[in-house]
Design a protein around this ligand. Sequence first.
Ligand SMILES: C[S@@+](CC[C@H](N)C(=O)[O-])C[C@H]1O[C@@H](n2cnc3c(N)ncnc32)[C@H](O)[C@@H]1O
Length: 150
Amino acid sequence: MKAKEPLFEYISPDIDYQIKVGDSLTVLQKIEDGKFDLILTSPPYNVGKSYETKTSIEKYLATQEVIIKELVRTLSDKGNLCWQAGNYVDKGEIFPLDIYYYQIFKKFGLKLRNRIIWPDMDFTLQTVLVVVIMLVVTIFPDYLFDVVFP
Ligand SMILES: C[S@@+](CC[C@H](N)C(=O)[O-])C[C@H]1O[C@@H](n2cnc3c(N)ncnc32)[C@H](O)[C@@H]1O
């Protein structure tokens, strides 16, 4: 289902919220520790889209790791971090980013609680139907993934 725009219609006027526009790292560095109970993000995949400069997978992951460190610092001790991870593609070779991100999350003491997968068409691969994977990680030991099925 495609959400109707403007998205502000979905936000209850009773909720106290802020929208910050800027570079994610710069914005995060100004946020206090443990602020967020939920972080949901879909970062660039390093595939050379207009908003990113394609680089080596090592450099890309190192840059993302700096941001992940800030996310872990700003995540509350009962918070969830949901990270959408696509595929980095180089010379026709696919690098499933969730495999790499999993290692980074473990380094920061996060534990994988769920792996949500859905199909997508990746035009950098031209004809291939690929999957998009969202990793749900948390530090909170008594984690409950509460899915309500219709
Ligand atoms: C994979 S796309 C996510 C698209 C999003 N899920 C959507 O449906 O619009 C990555 C997004 O990260 C944004 N982005 C790239 N570098 C960024 C940065 N340093 N700080 C904040 N946002 C950034 C891009 O503009 C792009 O919208």
